[in-house]
Write a protein that binds this ligand. Structure first.
Ligand code: PMP
Length: 447
C-alpha cells in the first residue's frame, strides 16, 4: 500500500520548474520518483505505485530493462554522440532509419530523426510547406488540425493545438492554421473547400486523440479523412507520437485502418520507450522525392543538434528488439478491451460523466461538467487520491487518463479500477463540501 502523497511543505522550495505545473503549489509539493521496474515505480520514501500512465504515455516496454541499459552503455563506450548533419552518419542512426523504414506502412520511406514529438511535428509542418514549394505550389501553405488535438509545445505544435488553454496568451502564433471538429469528416471537407484546396498544405491527425482527452475516431472517420485528403491533394500527417509502437497494437498505429496511407508519420515516445529521448518523421517516398531526386532543389535546412544521436538510436534499436521478440506490439490491441471493461463500471459513479477508450491501450475517465464547474481542479484531486491508493493516472482537462505499459496484466487493471473507485469516493467528500448534486442522467460508456 502506498504512502501519503507529500502534503505541501512550506519549508521546501524546489528549483525545478515543472512543465504544465501550477508552480505556486508544486514548488513545495513535489512527488519524487526514484526507481522503476516493469509497471511499478517507487518514490523516495520507498512507496510503490502502479504506473498506469507509462510515465508520459511512453514506457511501452515497462521500466528498468537491463537490455537497453547494456545497449546504451556499449554504444557510449564506442561513440557517445556525434551529429548527422551534412554527410556524417553513425551506425546506430543508419540501422534505426533502415529498420523504421522497413516497419513503416509506406513502401520506401525516408526517416528524419530528432529529439522528441514536438520536434517531429515542427519538422513535418515545415517539410509540408517546403514540399509544396518544391512542387511549384507555394500557395499551398494552410495547415488544418482537430479540436482536442495535441501536437506538442514547439512553435508549430502550439499553433496546431486543439486544446484552447495551450494556445492562449502567447501573442500571435503561426498563421494559416484552421481547427476543425475532431470527429466530422464533413467538417474537414468543408474547411478545405472554403479555403480552396489549392491553398491547403496538410491535415494533422492523431488517430486516437491522447492528451486532449482520449477520443478514439468514430467508425469510418480515419478512412473518410484519408479519402478527403486524397481527393483534394492535401497531405495527411499522422501524429503517432502516442499511438505508435504498440499503443494501438501496430507499429505506427495508423495500420489499424487499411487504406489510410499517410504522407508523413510523426513518432517519438514508444520508439525508445522513453529510455532516451528520440523522435522523428517517416516521410513517404513521394514527399521525399523532390529533395532526393532533384539536384536543383535546395536542401531542407532543418535539423536538431541531437538528430541521429547514437546512444538514443542504440536505445531505440534495443527497444524495438524487445517489442518484437516479446510480442508486445500486439498487446496494445489485446489489452484494449480488458482495460476498457475494467473501467466501464466507473460510469455508475455519480461523479463520472463518461469512460472513453476501447481503441488501443489507453482510456479516460471523464468527470461530470457540473463537478468541474464547482471544483476545476477535480482531475488533479482525483489523481492525488488515486496516488494515495497506489496508482498513478494523469490529469486531463476534464478527467483522468490511463495508458499503462504494454506489459500490463489483468491483475494490474483490477488494481487500477479499484484504486480509481476508492479515489472517486474520496473526491466525493470534496464534491459534497463544494455543494455538488449528482445529475439524474445516465452516464455514457463510449468505447
Ligand atoms: N504529439 C502528440 C500526439 C503528443 O502526445 C505529444 C506529447 N505528449 C507530442 C506530440 C509532443 O511530444 P514531445 O513532448 O516529445 O515534444
Amino acid at each position: 500500500m502506498a504512502g501519503q502523497h507529500p502534503e505541501q511543505d512550506p519549508g521546501r522550495d524546489t528549483r525545478l520548474w515543472h512543465p504544465f505545473a501550477q508552480m505556486s503549489v508544486t514548488r513545495s509539493a513535489e512527488f519524487v520518483v526514484e526507481r522503476g521496474k516493469d509497471v511499478w515505480i517507487w518514490d523516495t520514501d520507498g512507496n510503490r505505485y502502479l504506473d498506469a500512465t507509462a510515465s508520459l504515455w511512453y514506457s511501452n516496454i515497462g521500466h528498468g530493462r537491463p537490455e537497453i541499459r547494456e545497449a546504451v552503455t556499449a554504444q557510449m563506450a564506442k561513440l557517445e554522440a556525434y551529429s548527422v548533419f551534412n554527410d556524417i552518419a553513425n551506425p546506430p542512426a543508419l540501422e534505426l532509419a533502415s529498420r523504421l523504414a522497413d516497419l513503416a506502412p509506406d513502401a520506401s520511406p525516408r526517416i528524419l530523426l530528432g529529439s522528441g514529438g514536438g520536434d517531429g511535428i515542427d519538422t513535418a509542418a515545415k517539410l509540408v510547406r517546403r514540399y509544396w514549394h518544391e512542387c511549384g505550389k507555394p500557395e499551398r501553405s494552410h495547415l488544418i488540425t482537430r479540436r482536442h488535438g495535441y501536437h506538442g509545445t514547439h512553435g508549430f505544435g502550439t499553433s496546431l493545438a486543439g486544446i484552447p488553454a495551450n494556445r492562449i496568451d502567447l501573442g500571435p502564433l503561426i498563421e494559416q492554421v484552421s481547427i476543425v471538429d475532431f470527429e466530422s469528416v464533413d467538417a474537414l471537407g468543408a474547411e478545405i473547400e472554403s479555403l480552396g484546396a489549392e491553398n491547403v498544405a496538410a491535415f494533422f491527425c492523431e488517430p486516437v486523440i491522447g492528451a486532449g482527452g482520449v477520443y478514439p475516431p468514430p467508425d469510418g472517420y480515419m478512412e473518410g479523412i484519408a479519402e478527403v485528403c486524397r481527393e483534394t491533394g492535401v497531405l495527411l500527417v499522422i501524429d503517432a507520437v502516442i499511438c505508435g509502437f504498440g499503443r494501438l497494437g501496430t507499429w505506427f498505429g495508423v495500420e489499424r485502418w487499411p487504406g489510410v496511407d499517410p504522407d508523413m508519420i510523426v513518432f517519438a515516445k514508444g520508439v525508445t520507450s522513453g529510455y532516451l529521448p528520440l523522435g522523428g518523421v517517416v516521410v513517404s517516398e513521394r514527399v521525399a522525392a523532390p529533395f532526393w531526386e532533384n539536384v536543383a532543389s535546395a536542401p531542407f535546412r532543418h535539423g536538431a543538434t541531437y538528430a541521429g544521436h547514437p546512444a538514443s538510436c542504440a536505445a531505440a534499436l534495443a527497444n524495438l528488439d524487445i517489442l518484437e521478440n516479446e510480442g508486445l506490439i500486439a498487446r496494445g490491441m489485446e489489452m484494449e478491451r480488458p482495460l476498457f471493461d475494467a473501467l466501464a463500471p466507473l460510469t455508475e459513479n455519480p461523479l463520472v460523466s463518461e469512460v472513453r477508450g476501447g481503441t488501443g491501450l489507453m482510456a479516460a475517465v471523464a468527470l461530470e461538467p457540473r463537478l468541474l464547474e464547482l471544483l476545476p481542479d477535480a482531475p488533479m484531486r482525483l489523481c492525488h487520491a488515486a496516488r494515495r491508493n497506489g496508482v498513478l493516472v494523469r490529469p486531463l482537462g476534464a478527467g483522468v487518463a490511463t495508458s499503462p505499459p504494454l506489459t500490463v496484466q489483468s491483475e494490474h487493471l483490477e488494481l487500477l479500477a479499484e484504486s480509481l473507485s476508492t479515489a472517486l469516493g474520496e473526491l466525493r467528500s470534496d464534491a459534497d463540501t463544494a455543494g455538488y448534486e449528482p445529475s439524474a442522467q445516465e452516464p455514457e460508456v463510449n468505447g
